[in-house]
Design a protein around this ligand. Sequence first.
Ligand SMILES: NC(=O)c1ccc[n+]([C@@H]2O[C@H](COP(=O)([O-])OP(=O)(O)OC[C@H]3O[C@@H](n4cnc5c(N)ncnc54)[C@H](O)[C@@H]3O)[C@@H](O)[C@H]2O)c1
Length: 398
Amino acid sequence: VSAPCVIPVACSSGSYSVVVGSGLLPRLASFAAHALGSLPRRVLLVADDGLPEVTVDSARDALTEAGCACAIARVRADERHKSLAAAEQLLLAACGHHLDRADLIVALGGGLTGDLAGFAGSMYRRGVNVIQCPTTLLAMVDASVGGKTGVNLDTPQGLLKNMAGAFHQPRLVLADVGTLFSLPARQFRSGLGECLKHGLLAADFGDPGLWGATVGLVNRVIAHNPEALVELVARNVRVKGMVVGDDERELKENAGRALLNLGHTFGHAIETIDGVLPDWALSRHGPAEATTSTGLLHGEAVAIGLHAAAVCSVASGLAPQSLITSVLQGIVLSGLPGRAHHLPGEDEILARMRQDKKVIGGVPRLVLPVSGGRCVVRSDVPEGAIRAALRAIRAEET
Ligand SMILES: NC(=O)c1ccc[n+]([C@@H]2O[C@H](COP(=O)([O-])OP(=O)(O)OC[C@H]3O[C@@H](n4cnc5c(N)ncnc54)[C@H](O)[C@@H]3O)[C@@H](O)[C@H]2O)c1
């Protein structure tokens, strides 16, 4: 297996490396010592409870064999448990293990575990060192990089996602693609949704060929080829790292982190609606998990959102028709849906888009792909173009 890739991320509040490779977890202690300047005495290892024991053991053994006192706290990776109460449990575990400011919290798991452990890390003693060890494709290419941490709030209006949180950059991200072997196939493909998104905006962030490379790599990536995985993850991390380095706190209105919302305004509007299913869910030829499908995973909603954004862009005269064909090709090759069954009416989806927490003054601000791996942010998209997009993502009922 090839040498790990090291991608520097430079933010105003701190710079760090993202190391992407295979077989990295057993070397966690030496990577941590290098990133922190010395080996921490105590570590709270926050582990996703969906992980196989062998993955958790690998991280724990690496730390204890190097001489760290390591305590494990388990996280239930369920959005209802991504809560202030769960963050408090982690703070109590950190207290119980006598972590001091020079010590370390390691987040080992998907994006949910990373957000929760990172948030606890931002609060404990007003901020301790955090190392992110993402174990889902989505967390590797997206959630672990950029320092956004947080929890959901259960309100009378429903569960509001990521409503409380903090920016707290990790000291290191260690992405061991070997941990992905146990990830359910549908969760794995969901992470490809964010890769496709990055491919459509990467030209301004140093990688104009990312879309083509993603389409070229996707079959080997789905087959868990380590070299293909390392290349895909590393290139996505480089793009995400450049975007967040340029706009750490999401202050730019029409550039920077706002571009990462590509596909998300449409995606968020349909992601949490009960009964909405990916287009392949009702097909006898769909993936094996189709029969157990409940709702949409985040990356699936993003893929449908990317299709919608492409249609919207073409209907607004910003891109040629061929963009839609190309976006759909990437989605299909990734085993992701481009359309959904059981969507509510256009007016309801439009209303939901206007309520998106990133919308200012009720006017949907959409990120639209043009061509050549570039996107633009527009607040003046004609409603007709949005409606055309909503019609395009509706799967035929059979
Ligand atoms: N901070 C950010 O910038 C950012 C960006 C995107 C998403 N997020 C957050 O990330 C979360 C979604 O992350 P996710 O898609 O990684 O999902 P997740 O963390 O909910 O994990 C999905 C499922 O996979 C399991 N799992 C994780 N790793 C595994 C492995 N290696 N083997 C077997 N099972 C494994 C988990 O137990 C869980 O059941 C959301 O809460 C979202 O808000 C944060």
